[in-house]
Unconditional design. Structure first.
Length: 346
């Protein structure tokens, strides 16, 4: 075992490890990739040197050596930065200790070149596999292109749109059903609903869930009380003001995410409408925003970090050639969280 290793102020390289361990660079590479061709004695010696040098292998170089990429890509087009951050936390948690690293890549859902752009990103950055967030996850042309190119991917999606090994389902329809059922149960009948972009599958699923419960209770879905937003705080302010200044003002506004719900609360404040005394407000996601305002927000808890973690485990399973287990077919269930922004209406 190597001893008395002098650590340079420079970042150590694989050549440094090989020289100090008295082995070839190829042997070090085999140790990094858990090759059975390395003896236990050699593996211990190389590992000891790496520890003394605090050597961390470059994932791209490691991938080149083993013909296996250790870089995962996260592709997104969503203005909700908190949502993206929470997904990223889950991915990084699942990557810890595996050797995989993450690269973020913004996409443009509305661009005709979006599929080409993502495929160029995979080739340029030597990405091993992709995690696709909604709405990009719903683009079938991209999924087919990745399959044809044999690029592993996992979609985070509002509903089951792919094989179990390639999708994590958030079940946005159920989440909207839970919230609408709750609002009806506490006496609300004139319910305002702020959707996300109409092209988004998540928006469609949430609106479908909302309509299902309204119809169940024989309540009309009033066109004048449904407004489209863009999942941002500012569009929540605008949509909220529109609803609150209408002749048929709702008693509660259900926004498709927490950022827009907080925008509604700002509009209510500007119009001197108290929440929840004169207006109830509900959101979706249970992001960090939900508890940093007063009154704190009634919302749907969507375990976003867990979805990112689950998607990463599925992707790594694909990359390692592992079989799909029964766990792969699980759906991440949303949960109603009642706080102080809603109250009974009579």
């Amino acid at each position: 075992m190597a001893t008395n290793v002098e650590v340079s102020s420079k970042k150590p390289t694989i050549n440094d490890v090989a020289r100090l361990a008295g082995v070839s660079k190829k042997t070090v590479s085999r140790v990094l990739n858990n090759s059975p061709q390395v003896t236990d004695k050699t593996r211990e010696k190389v590992t000891a040197v790496m520890g003394q040098l605090n050597y961390e292998p470059d994932p791209q170089a490691r991938g080149l050596a083993s013909k296996h990429s250790y870089l995962l890509g996260l592709v997104y087009d969503n203005p909700n930065t908190i949502y993206i951050s929470d997904v990223q936390k889950g991915i990084l948690s699942a990557c810890r200790g595996t050797g995989y690293e993450l690269i973020m890549h913004p996409g443009d859902f509305n661009s005709r070149e979006m599929t080409d752009d993502v495929c160029q990103f995979v080739s340029r950055a030597r990405i091993g596999g992709l995690i696709l967030l909604s709405p990009i996850s719903q683009v079938e042309t991209l999924a087919r292109r990745l399959q044809k190119s044999q690029v592993p991917y996992v979609r985070i999606s509002p509903k089951q749109i792919d094989d179990a090994a390639r999708v994590v389902v958030s079940d946005d329809k159920l989440g909207a059903e839970l919230m609408t059922e709750y609002l009806v149960s506490i006496g609300h009948r004139d319910i305002g609903f702020i959707t996300g972009p109409s092209s988004s599958l998540s928006t469609q699923q949430k609106f479908e869930g909302f309509c299902k419960i309204m119809q169940k209770h024989k309540l009309p879905v009033q066109e004048s009380l449904v407004v489209e937003g863009e999942n941002t705080f500012n569009t929540g302010v605008l949509a909220g003001r529109h609803l609150l200044e209408s002749k048929n003002r709702p008693t509660v506004i259900f926004a498709s995410n927490d950022a827009m719900a907080l925008g509604v609360m700002k509009s209510a404040k500007m119009l001197d409408i108290s929440v929840p005394e004169q207006l109830s407000v509900a959101g979706y996601d249970d992001s960090a925003l939900a508890t940093v305002t007063w009154p704190d927000l009634t919302t749907i808890r969507q375990p976003v970090e867990l979805m990112g973690e689950f998607a990463t485990r599925k992707l790594i399973k694909q990359l390692s050639g592992g079989a799909v287990t029964s766990e792969a077919s699980k759906v991440v269930k949303p949960e109603l969280v009642v706080r102080n922004s809603t109250r009974e209406y009579s």
